[in-house]
Design a protein around this ligand. Sequence first.
Ligand code: HBI
Ligand code: FE
Length: 291
Amino acid sequence: MSDFEHVFDAPPEGAGADWTIPQDWASYTGVEHRTWDTLYARQMKILPGRAADVFLKGLTALDLNTGGIPDFAVMNPKLQALTGWTVVCVPGLVPDDVFFDHLANRRFPSGQFIRKPDQLDYLQEPDIFHDVFGHVPMLTDPDFAAYMEAYGKGGQRAASLGVLQNLARLYWYTVEFGLMQDADGLRIYGAGIVSSATESVFSLEDASPNRLGFDLERVMRTLYRIDDFQQVYFVIDSIEQLKCETLQDFGPIYDRLKDAGPIAIDAILPTDRVFTRGSQTYAARGGRFAA
Ligand code: HBI
Ligand code: FE
């Protein structure tokens, strides 16, 4: 299963059997390096006080603001020393089984390309800014690093059991769009949010979306949207909670989920821990940056 359209059928020319390609850092143009700098600077005006400490610490540890797109040959040794993860380049979205195999081996696949200057705010396929700025700082945290490896291993199994949809929702509502409760309030840790100037503000401050306490099975039943701001965000207490919940055997959960239908994107259940009951006005107005 994949919700995305641009997956190649076979590794494109120049890619290995594992779909990796060289970063070829020397080939990035000045414009491309400046796009990274622009996006980095823009996020750093927004993220202090909004992003989780663990994300901001990871960003600092990796030193990704040395001017232009990070060179993986420089970044990877730092990341590897911290948690054993490395980042490899891929041409774009790769098939689920390939994606999972990389994660299961602590390799994070990153798009090699960067968005064009006229598409700073919206793109369909993950580029190197989303993948590296958004995802890699969290991989410096030992608990998150373990969670992502477990997700990769679980993905192979979920696919064979026909429950990948459920697992993909977990990824979506944590790795991509997760919020967490820090000592000072709600903070962002999801890569899809921290790499987006608009959603960084929307996810925390807009009156529209619901913000609900994380519950593993509930999240695995909740529909999501890939093309717009989320209508619900789930809040974890800590990365450790995420790790502990996902290191259990999902077999019994999958059995229960078979008989449980999906949950609507804007639903609030009696059992939900409600941080914010959203107005849903943004979605009602048609979304996509509706005024
Ligand atoms: N490929 N490069 C890349 N990045 C992703 O985030 C990604 C992917 N392939 C499949 C995929 N994500 C998801 O469909 C899985 O998490 C289910
Ligand atoms: Fe992502």
